[in-house]
Design a binder for this molecule. Sequence first.
Ligand code: IMP
Ligand code: MG
Length: 420
Amino acid sequence: MGKLSVIIGTQWGDEGKGKWVDKIAHDIDIVCRFQGGNNAGHTVHVGGKKHVFHLLPNGVLHEGKIIALTSGVVIDPRVLMREIKNLREHVSVTPERLWISTLAHVITPWHVYLDTKSEESAKNPIGTTKRGIGPTYAERDLRNGMRVETMARPEKRKEWLSKRKEADPEFKTFYDQNPALWKEFEVSAAFIADYICPAEEKIRKGLKEGQNVLCEGAQGTMLDINHGTYPFVTSSSTLASQAAVSLGIDPRKIDRILGVGKVYATRVGEGPFPTEIHDQLGQVLRERGNEYGATTKRPRRCGWFDAIAMRFANEVNGLDGVYLNKLDILSGLETIKVAVAYKHPTLGVLNEYPSSSEVLKECKPVYETFKAWQQDIPRQGSFSKLPGAARDFLLKLEEFSRCRILSVGTGVDREDFLTP
Ligand code: IMP
Ligand code: MG
């Protein structure tokens, strides 16, 4: 039996999961995306060129590995076609190497339109990426969505579209008024048909035959549809357990669950963010950490490390440990804060993350304050090379989070990290 690993975000997404996927990928045979869609975004450098991927997992650059998108993913074929074409200039992307699940759901131009319309007309928008994610999951759950299997067969696809036109006059109008969008949809649907297969079946078989599988999460724990800050969440489950659901695998077969976070916190989009920094310092972190969305280019809201949220992420995911990025960004600050509890106006001090968004909204963080280190930190090597203040800071993060720190990121380069 091969090993099954899952790596997920512990905060609000954008933790820098890609760096650690690269680090642990050497003995992995199959890398999977198991939830979300092209709301995600990661920047990678291939052949001296910068690329931003939204749908394909980071593992795609490791030529020898199989890449899979499994049942819980929502797929915009137009985006997928673009990414495959882009990538083919640098690495091989064949149907033997890229497995797109028949069971995944399809984002059509209609779903993108619905997402955009509801955000733009809402009194309290969620701040979605307007990529059609929510409407696609909604239709999946209503059981009238389009599955990849349907999209891949021209006559079935046509049937789905005709039925929808008949049932929904607004859909028909949108369809008739946007021929270019639907043409693009048709072309891309035909293009990706070659890559479609019973991916979950093949992954289960691979595992049985000794292949190692890595499931790469998108977004983060605090954006989880069930346990996150509803309604300011994404529409999929971002927790590690979702990997087993999406792959159709015995959850007891997951061998290790790895979390990724940053030594501070960011959030893009609306919703509660107790440790948000509202003054000039937030801007300093944003500029230094280049905290702008890879998908929407929106400036990310910046805040202090939230140990209550990290404890929660540890608990709901069952982490074996966490990789923390961007320690270098904190060098030279005067002081650093870490939220260790919340204070609620009527409930008092809360030591655990409140599952109610209504309660969370009213919480103020209780901080521990640290003196920062003034010198630059080493990019590589072990924690012992760090200034004392940085070492103490990490020890405290570990203690407050009740979670083992596996490694710490110290720069943009994939090799920039320190180990305990
Ligand atoms: P949606 O996933 O586009 O529906 O957006 C819902 C919420 O999740 C919004 O607050 C988005 O900003 C956020 N979100 C979605 N994908 C990502 C991501 O990859 N990183 C960070 N935030 C994300
Ligand atoms: Mg991102």
